[in-house]
Design a protein around this ligand. Sequence first.
Ligand SMILES: O=C(O)c1ccccc1NCC(=O)[C@H](O)[C@H](O)COP(=O)(O)O
Length: 262
Amino acid sequence: MHLDEIVARKREDWSRITGVPSLGAARPAPAVPGTFAAALRGAEVSVIAEVKPKSPSKGQLLAPERAAGQARTYAAAGASAVSVLADTPYFGGSPELVAEIAADPQVTVPVLYKDFLVDVRQVELAHRTGADAVLLIVRAVDDALLKDLLQTAAGLGLDALVETFTAQEIERALAAGATIVGINNRDLQTFSVDLENSARLRAGIPAGVLTVSESGIGGRADLERVAGHGFDAALIGENLLGAADTAQALSALLGVTVGGTA
Ligand SMILES: O=C(O)c1ccccc1NCC(=O)[C@H](O)[C@H](O)COP(=O)(O)O
């Protein structure tokens, strides 16, 4: 199930939805613009840890009943932000899961709403969950819609992580006004992962724009490599979720041991 198929299904689903779905509960405090961006600044390289219950390439990664607690574990172990899948059919998440995590007082870090956005109403839905930021995938939309999504997010106080895979997509992201640009190491058509993609494309992003290397990042050596290429943050899912002890795996990745610095 590659990106084109996922995006086609999202378009079809949203063409049938009227209005913006209600989440059945009052959303928490309004989003504060810049919260997610601020969390990525400062540290040598920040980690956005992902709550991804399953994936098309790897199948089940996290038992559904453990998904909400996983965000707490990540926040306690030093993640700078958490990314939570809102997509149900392919990734096993939901907007309700994002809302539960965003409302959890023990999740003390910003929350990224992770879905395949093809309609501005999805940004409104993300806002209702209490998330701090949305992911926008350049390849999934045309330039006009990308701008609309970015402007809608900004109008609601949400930051946007704009995901790219090629130099041309980086240009499109910047032209649309992106201030946080992600470079995916996973080719979403073939699922092959190559960390060199981040290294190759990093120079195309000007100073002042926050940068995130996404996918396929494993141990401390990978994170150091990403930091060495000047990235502000790394988005990491599978390699943390596959560890026997995710808190310990994240601490090791960040170079800290419980109670001190490694
Ligand atoms: O993760 C997948 O298999 C996938 C398949 C199709 C479209 C998107 C997909 N992943 C989206 C992501 O952005 C990753 O979940 C994220 O970058 C974290 O990657 P990883 O650390 O490799 O889990």
